[in-house]
Design a protein around this ligand. Structure first.
Ligand code: IMP
Length: 178
């Protein structure tokens, strides 16, 4: 699988080190409060798992699964909820955990949906962020790494369902998709 990568952008060690830094920052920001981490399936599975184990505060986690309406690879921004949360968000301190934000359209929709459920606070943590996400009207409080506008795989990120289980993150070699 690793020979299908053209270029490694972040090694597993670099990712873990950055996760530790972000986890410490969240611990400090939310001292004395109990956070509900909301993961968006499937991509956020790895980051959710590592982030919460790196945290020292009490945390709970819950999951949502969404799909974008519209054809092709461009996200339309209109989202259908395939699996909703089990938890009630009323009065909770919530952090949405994402693998990557590209256009941010999916997340913008999700955030307005979650905000309407009355959380005490609502923030976003994403492991990777691409340049287009800067246009997003929803601020992202915690970012693992800013990355160039390239398609990347590994650490939860897939190409046609594959490569999520790669420990490193990188760009795909041309022979994989041509
Ligand atoms: P957005 O609505 O354009 O921000 O789309 C975000 C979603 O697109 C992510 O949650 C990923 O599932 C997918 N995505 C965007 N860029 C990449 C990438 O480089 N590799 C793998 N998946 C990506």
């Amino acid at each position: 699988m690793s020979q299908d990568l053209e270029k490694v952008l972040f090694t597993s060690d670099q990712i873990q080190a950055r996760i530790d830094e972000v986890a410490s920052q969240i611990d400090a920001d939310y001292e004395g409060r109990e956070i509900l981490l909301v993961g968006v399936l499937n991509g956020a599975v790895m980051v959710m798992s590592d982030l919460q184990r790196a945290m020292r505060s009490h945390v709970e986690m819950d999951w949502m699964a969404v799909s974008s309406y519209g054809a092709g690879t461009q996200s339309s921004g209109v989202v259908r909820i395939l699996k909703d949360l089990n938890a009630d968000l009323e009065g909770r301190d919530v952090i949405v955990v994402e693998d990557i934000i590209d256009t941010g359209l999916t997340l913008s929709y999700l955030m307005s949906n979650l905000a309407s459920r009355g959380p005490a606070s609502l923030e976003i943590m994403t492991m990777f962020r691409k340049p287009d996400a800067a246009q997003m009207e929803v601020p992202v409080k915690y970012v693992g790494f800013e990355i160039p506008n390239e398609f990347v795989v590994g650490y939860g990120l897939d190409y046609a369902g594959r490569y999520r289980n790669l420990r490193d993150v990188g760009t795909l070699a041309k022979h994989v998709y041509s």
